[in-house]
Design a protein around this ligand. Structure first.
Ligand SMILES: Cc1cc2nc3c(=O)[nH]c(=O)nc-3n(C[C@H](O)[C@H](O)[C@H](O)COP(=O)(O)OP(=O)(O)OC[C@H]3O[C@@H](n4cnc5c(N)ncnc54)[C@H](O)[C@@H]3O)c2cc1C
Length: 465
């Protein structure tokens, strides 16, 4: 690095760090700024949780496998990177919920775990008649004030009753957050609600109004990936980072002020002086960098759940023809250990040979994280038992890939938005040229991580002007 240039370090080479680097590089070029950028990544591989394995005609995603692109964030990035032609849409079919070991189809129109179409809901077997009658009270109950944050589960129970929450909302939302719905923040999970609530009669009508908006219908109802899997995006970003120094296999251990710069100490006993920093790793990692422990205290109680994905390959004829869907989720009233399963090969026909089924199963959620610590053999046994019980699967898989993701799922608990605001404010007071982005803060999905990376990159450059 030359000494007359200012330097920015990005800590973490997952999708957030890479997207931030790409955006910074673009801005530096466009504005003719004298800034050098370095990404420091602890592992030997870039991409973080994104890890696609393409092997022997199979495509297996060990972490995330698809995205819904509400605001077109990834579509835009893909087009800039020349990947627009490689975007693929999933072929979603019916989703099911297991209640007491029986699978029931999720009624058409359920969004964010909330029914939005009355006829499919009223004719569904997933909720009893008394449960349905209770849910319709939502149209009559006073709207109530939505001031401040509150528990998503408690709010939903008040509006829709316990059965809809237990059999629909909780299993489907757990599929995203793997958490306890009663701890989750209404404000963080359904941020659009206050705006729509004022014009609607109840929770179901509010969600219906929001999910009928054209940008939602066009971008949110479909899942996307890339022909070569999600690692395609990671590889394309890395290829574009021609002006950026990529340092991997080395971990940042602390950040301190040094004169008017920042000193990053690395675990290989070296250090690097920079003018700006983007921390694109979780809050639990970020807090270890600083001596000022008060900066992250508002997020200290935010749990990070541990999950594992188990990808199993079967012959098509091992699967009962009775199960026609693509996904199923598990209600807490069921005596099974898995939390959800997706028939990946039904959603994405290019990822297996035609006569094979690839099923991706999740285990681990609040209160049952110990399961992830079982040996591979025991995990496989538990998963197979559950699949036999639920979908009548026969025999053993041809191949199994288990990926453990420890402390990977941030739980946006009540008060999350305010806590993030406080952490960012305190960090700014101590270190004006450090920014945070990633799944601990303003959204866990891939598009939201990328959007945060772009916003934080802009803010950082502005601060460094
Ligand atoms: C199992 C699983 C499935 C998911 N499925 C989906 C899905 O289908 N769709 C979707 O939209 N989202 C999904 N998500 C969420 C999404 O994948 C994540 O929110 C997103 O990938 C986070 O990216 P990130 O770059 O912020 O963090 P990470 O991917 O965690 O990257 C952070 C990087 O920082 C590095 N690092 C850590 N400490 C240091 C240090 N001290 N110094 C330097 N580097 C460091 C790490 O090695 C890592 O590479 C899923 C998440 C998980 C765990």
């Amino acid at each position: 690095m030359t000494d007359n240039k200012r330097r920015v370090a990005i800590i973490g080479g997952g999708i957030t760090g890479l997207a931030a680097a790409y955006h910074l590089q673009q801005q530096v070029e466009r504005q003719g700024l004298q800034i050098e950028i370095v990404i420091i990544e602890a592992s030997h591989r870039f991409g973080g949780y994104i890890q696609t394995v393409n092997e022997n005609g199979y495509q297996i995603e060990k972490g995330p496998d698809s995205f819904t692109d509400h605001k077109g964030t990834i579509a835009q990035l893909a087009s800039e990177l020349g990947l627009a032609e490689q975007l693929v849409k999933s072929r979603d079919d019916r989703k099911y919920v297991a209640v007491n070991e029986d699978l029931y189809a999720v009624p058409k129109g359920v969004q964010f775990g909330i029914p939005t179409e009355i006829t499919p809901f009223m004719t569904s077997d997933l909720v009893s008649w008394s449960g349905k009658a209770r849910a319709t009270l939502d149209f009559l109950l006073p709207q109530g004030k939505l001031e401040g944050d509150q528990s998503l589960g408690i709010w939903m129970r008040k509006r829709l009753g316990g059965e809809v929450v237990e059999n629909i909302a909780e299993p489907l939302l757990s599929g995203i957050y793997n958490g306890d719905i009663d701890q989750l923040s209404l404000e963080a999970v359904l941020p659009f609600l206050p705006e729509y609530k004022t014009n609607s009669k109840g929770l179901m009508s509010s969600v219906r109004a929001y999910t009928r908006a054209p940008d939602f219908v066009n971008n949110y109802l479909q899942s996307f990936s890339f022909l070569g899997g999600l690692s395609t995006l990671v590889d394309a970003l890395i290829q574009q980072l021609s002006d950026i120094k990529l340092k991997n296999g080395v971990r940042v251990s602390s950040i301190k002020k040094m004169d008017d710069q920042l000193m990053l100490s690395l675990n290989n006993q070296s250090s690097i002086k920079v003018d700006g920093v983007m921390i694109a790793a979780s809050h639990k990692i970020a807090e270890t960098f600083f001596l000022e422990k008060e900066i992250f205290e508002d997020l200290q109680s935010m749990p990070l759940n541990t999950v594992a994905t188990i990808s199993m390959i079967f012959d098509v004829n091992q699967i009962s023809p009775d199960f026609k869907g693509t996904d199923f989720y598990i209600s807490r009233n069921s005596d099974v250990s898995i939390t959800s399963a997706t028939f990946m090969s039904r959603k994405w026909e290019h990822i297996t040979p035609k006569d094979k089924e690839l099923i991706k199963v999740y285990i681990g959620r609040t209160g049952d994280e110990a399961i992830v610590e079982l040996s591979d053999r025991d995990i496989e046994k538990v998963v197979l038992q559950d699949l036999h019980k639920l979908i009548g699967l026969k025999g053993m898989p041809e191949k199994v890939i288990i990926s453990r993701h420890k402390k990977s799922m941030p739980q946006y608990i009540v008060g999350h938005t305010k806590s993030v605001e406080n952490v960012k404010r305190k960090l700014h007071e101590h270190y004006p040229t450090i920014r945070l982005a990633g799944n601990s803060y303003d959204g866990i999905s891939l598009p939201k991580c990328i959007a945060q990376a772009q916003i934080s990159a802009e803010e950082l450059l502005k601060e460094m002007e």
